[in-house]
Design a protein around this ligand. Structure first.
Ligand SMILES: [Zn+2]
Ligand SMILES: [Zn+2]
Length: 555
């Protein structure tokens, strides 16, 4: 009997984002996380990028459930799409499930799943997989390490993790239980977070960030404090709130997700902030500046965020001025730096003091660095290691680190999206490209494979387009309607009109010539000539390369 177990990586290995893996026995699949990737500037217009679900599509009846390790978008952001393939229960901590419930309600998908809450230390059977869940420290509350018993022994998934020795909620990564598991039954395969595998040492503790934040508050006692951080980073919010309340300030949340997440965390007892210290953002103006602390989203200068709008003087709730200090307590996500820089400049021009994490330890990563990875490897002592959660450079850095620490090189396999590893009695084997691992992007109500749509959009965005249309009668070999040429985004309208008329003239000559001379005439041939003549003219006259769109109508 074949009792092998495979792990197919549908996303998250090669990018930081769209984490999703299928752990599969003979007749069951357990999905491990189901996240989205935020599109970069090479994917203009895309709303989100999803894991390649084609692998699950053809095996939907095998799915027994999904573990949501924590509530970050790169782990739960694609659940609404996966639930369109199959109905399955979702397992996670109450906080994680609270965040999921909200989006499933919005998408009207609650009927397709059951949300099953997990507490630290719980052991739960999901199909035939017996899973034990352990606490882990990260930049969002209540993340879970999963120890999954399979017919081929234990697979341990680190989740996004750091070893914070002074976590805000006192909830430590449970290394002790991991060490017990490593002795009995032993861990056959470790899937481990690679995000910070290139960085030596250890990440700083979240509580150190609190001390730094306190200094900033003390230096600005007479000002109104506006802080921006990720709305899911409840421990950061807790620290900000504690410092502010200590200084006699009231807290107001700004931004929809901040308000929602603070509400959820208070409801679950994860955030301790009394009603009496919380005011509505609309009441802020009735207090003197030194009695207010605003906890806001918008740390990435998202264009529609309240903070960005306030920086431009368009804020509904806030007018920024010289009484304000704005603390950006987060890192800049790569690609957002320019936008954030602009927002800092705008805030400064309005008189605010801006303090960013570039120069002060007012932010720390939620991902462990090399010393923390080493400590986890030592605790788990796995037979095999597959680095997960990272760009390719992070995965290979993680492999190198493990080998430096004594792991045999052939026991560390670097897989990427679309690859599958199979565990059997003999060991672990990597099979490349079991599925395409393609980028599936969603925009509006449609999801599709990227193909060449983004290169088309990039040309349209940078060069515009020229549309040349003509109606011909192939039988009688004549042009029936004079060509029309219009353009968008190629040249300014006035300059363009002159060139467009010249192209219309040119097309009459060229196509008449073609209809006269060519023995075997076809629509394709006319189209090709319209494209070539238009493109040649455009390039010669303007040295620009807009997209040329020929339209040939047959009479
Ligand atoms: Zn993550
Ligand atoms: Zn995370």
């Amino acid at each position: 009997m074949n009792n092998s177990v495979s792990v197919t990586f549908l996303g998250g290995l090669g990018d930081i984002g769209r984490n999703c893996a299928a752990i599969e026995s003979q007749d069951q699949i357990l999905i491990l996380d189901c996240g989205q990737l935020f599109p970069d500037e090479m994917m203009p217009g895309a709303h989100s990028v999803l894991p390649d679900f084609s692998y699950l599509n053809t095996r939907a009846e095998k799915i027994v459930g999904c573990i949501a390790t924590h509530a970050h978008e790169d782990h739960i952001g694609a659940l609404t799409y996966a639930l369109q393939i199959a109905n399955f229960p979702i397992y996670g901590s109450p906080f994680t499930l609270g965040m999921i419930r909200h989006r499933l309600n919005e998408a009207n998908l609650m009927g397709k799943t059951e949300l099953i809450p997990i507490e630290d230390g719980d052991i739960v059977n999901i199909g035939d997989f017996q899973c034990e869940f352990l606490p882990v420290t990260h930049s969002i509350p209540r993340g879970l390490i999963s120890a999954i018993h399979t017919p081929q022994g234990m697979i341990l998934h680190s989740s996004d993790f750091k070893l914070d020795l002074n976590p805000i909620d006192g909830r430590h990564t449970d290394l002790e239980r991991i060490i017990e598991l490593s002795k009995d039954p032993g861990v056959r395969l470790l899937l481990c977070d690679s995000t910070n595998a290139e960085i030596p040492g250890s990440s700083i503790s979240e509580s150190t960030v609190g001390r730094e934040l306190k200094k900033v508050f003390e230096d600005n006692k007479d000002k109104r404090v506006i802080t921006a951080c990720f709305s899911s980073h409840i421990h950061r919010v807790q620290q900000i709130a504690d410092i502010a309340v200590n200084q006699g300030r009231k807290i107001a949340t700004l931004g929809f997700s901040m308000r929602r997440n603070v509400g959820l965390a208070r409801e679950l007892g994860i955030l301790s902030l009394s009603e009496s210290n919380l005011i509505d953002i609309s009441e802020v103006g009735t207090y003197p500046p030194d009695e207010i602390c605003i906890v806001s989203t918008g740390s990435q200068a998202e264009p529609r965020s309240s903070l960005s709008l306030a920086a431009k003087g368009d804020g509904r709730w806030l007018e920024i001025g010289s009484n304000d200090v704005v603390i950006l307590s987060s890192r800049s996500i790569p690609g957002n730096e320019k936008r954030i820089g602009k927002m800092i400049n705008s805030l400064g021009r309005r008189g605010a003091v801006v303090i960013s994490a570039d120069f002060q330890d007012i932010h720390t990563s939620g991902h462990g660095q090399q010393d923390e990875l080493t400590a986890l490897h030592d605790a788990v002592n796995p037979e095999w290691l597959v680095p997960v959660h990272g760009e390719y450079r992070h995965l290979t850095a993680h492999k190198d680190l493990a080998i430096r620490n004594g792991m045999p090189p052939n026991r560390v396999l670097v897989a990427v999206d679309g690859d599958q590893v199979t565990l059997d009695d003999k060991g672990l084997v990597l099979r490349e490209k079991v599925c395409e691992g393609a980028y599936i992007f969603s925009q509006g109500s449609i999801t599709e494979r990227s193909h060449n749509i983004f290169s088309e959009r990039l040309i349209l965005g940078e060069e515009g387009c020229v549309i040349a249309s003509i109606t011909v009668d192939l039988q009688n070999r004549e042009i029936l309607e004079t060509p029309t040429v219009v353009s968008k985004g190629w040249l300014n309208a006035e300059t363009a009109r002159g060139f467009e008329e010249e192209i219309e003239e040119l097309l009459i000559q060229e196509i008449e010539h073609l209809l006269d001379r060519e023995k075997k005439i076809s629509k394709d041939l006319v189209m090709q000539r319209v494209r070539r003549s238009t493109g040649g003219f455009v390039n010669e006259q303007t040295k620009r390369r807009p997209m040329i769109i020929p339209i040939v109508t047959l009479a």
